[in-house]
Design a protein around this ligand. Structure first.
Ligand code: FAD
Length: 406
């Protein structure tokens, strides 16, 4: 039996757990699919109301962003401002999901403040120490103790990073990446128009699976130890650290999960793939997960098929299959490039000292490996792209709505 759009609207309630960049991006993608994204900006023109309603709209439960003492990172702020007032009203902050239960083709989410939410599905975007992931694992094992599940702590930390941003000075050339390599630690400075992002990578004495707990004091102590390290030919870490806007320290967990979904629950972003930020792709990959998922979900809703556990499971599997190849490639390259900077093998030392001085390795990796995949990046089917770029590697996919002339 086909459901009418109105019934579908009432019955398709998506709960997004996690208010980080990937959770907010998911909520925006769903809101735009529902014709509710108001701000054209870089997302394109406001979507026309769709001929069929896709969801009741996103509900995000997040722990972050409502504490007035905590500055909201610019990316989160930029994403948040894309929502219409109506969609903002569905964003619940200061909520911590503590339990998840499945009911007949429905899910039930319980928060630490005692409130409960029901929905047709859960999208878990609650980061590397995900509660949704733990609950999925528990539910899978309850149903089948012999099931092939990912380990409870799937990610291993071998490195940690001190990071921060500071105003750009004339010592740095805009658009450049400055790196120093060495077996005891590496540094990076990414230079934008007005800001420099700096990173100091260190190797742990022993790899760990425990979550980190660093304070600002830890970050300052780490900076003091590295104070005299040159981050460019002229600038030392202490010079840039003294001018910093903000800094922090965290572990670099690495790993990719085998299982990204179960029944009406699906995971996206750092929950399922975590890697070193030295190649900077974590959020990018999260966005790809979201685009594959939301496109597939919308096609299901548009088809008028029944929305039940089986149909959702098929959509989730399809999205994972589409995302997985690039995730594996980027994870491997990220891990390799970090270890390369630490000269962890004799050939990385050799390559760095001799080959990398003769040829631009980054160029070849980007042009011949990464670029070929990036150009095949998915796009949301319904968002017009007003400024598509056609360089030496033009994009393969374009929205299904009218786009500027190619
Ligand atoms: C130093 C550094 C630099 C980086 N630079 C880049 C870069 O240049 N480009 C790039 O693409 N990526 C970069 N990354 C990676 C990027 O930050 C991550 O990939 C991205 O933040 C992942 O987003 P997420 O929403 O999946 O997870 P998170 O950012 O971890 O967000 C998860 C959210 O879920 C909330 N949450 C957790 N548990 C619960 C719960 N039980 N209930 C409710 N809410 C919960 C958390 O409070 C948080 O708000 C960098 C990472 C680091 C550490």
């Amino acid at each position: 039996m086909h459901q009418s759009p109105a019934a579908m609207r009432l019955k398709t309630r998506v709960i997004i757990v996690g208010g980080g960049p990937v959770g907010l991006t998911t909520a925006l993608a769903l809101a735009s699919a529902d014709g509710k994204a108001q701000d054209p900006g870089s997302l394109g023109q406001p979507s026309k109301p769709r001929k069929q309603s896709r969801s009741q709209g996103p509900l995000r439960l997040g722990r972050s962003s409502s504490d007035p003492e905590q500055p909201i990172p610019p990316l989160l702020e930029a994403l948040y401002h894309r929502f219409s007032d109506e969609a903002k009203a569905r964003i619940l902050t200061n909520k911590e999901v503590v339990a998840i239960e499945e009911e007949q083709d429905r899910v039930r989410v319980q928060c630490s403040d005692g409130t409960v939410e029901h929905g047709s599905m859960i999208i878990g975007a609650d980061g590397v120490h995900s509660t949704v992931r733990k609950h999925i694992r528990k539910l899978v094992l309850e149903e089948d103790p012999a099931a092939d599940v990912d380990a409870e702590s799937s990610f291993l930390t071998t490195y940690r990073v001190l990071f921060g941003s500071a105003p750009k000075t004339d010592d740095f050339a805009e658009g450049y990446l400055y790196e120093t390599h060495g077996s005891n630690g590496c540094t990076q400075c990414h230079v934008a128009r007005q800001t420099v992002w700096f990173f100091v990578y260190e190797m742990l004495d022993k790899p760990t699976k425990s979550p980190p707990s660093y304070t600002q004091k830890d970050a300052d102590e780490c900076a003091a130890r590295w104070a005299d390290r040159h981050v460019t030919g002229k600038v030392r870490l202490k010079d840039i650290y003294a001018r910093r806007y903000a800094s922090g320290r965290t572990n670099i967990e690495e790993g990719t999960l085998k299982r990204w979904n179960w029944k009406q629950m699906v995971l996206v972003g750092d929950v399922v793939h975590k890697m070193s930020p030295n190649a900077g792709p974590g959020y990018d990959l999260g966005v790809r997960d979201v685009v594959f998922l939301v496109n597939s979900l919308c096609r299901l809703l548009e088809s008028g098929s029944k929305i039940d556990t089986e149909s959702l499971q098929a959509v989730f599997e399809d999205a994972q299959t589409q995302a997985m190849g690039f995730v594996k490639l980027v994870s491997a390259l990220s891990a390799m490039s970090l270890r390369f900077c630490f000269w962890q093998t004799w050939y990385s030392w050799y390559l760095d000292h001799f080959v990398a001085r003769l040829i631009d390795l980054d160029y070849y990796v980007n042009a011949y490996i990464i670029g070929r995949h990036v150009r095949r990046s998915p796009v949301l089917d319904w968002l017009p792209e007003n400024h598509p770029r056609f360089g030496s590697m033009p994009c393969t996919y374009f929205p299904k709505v009218k786009t500027a002339t190619r």
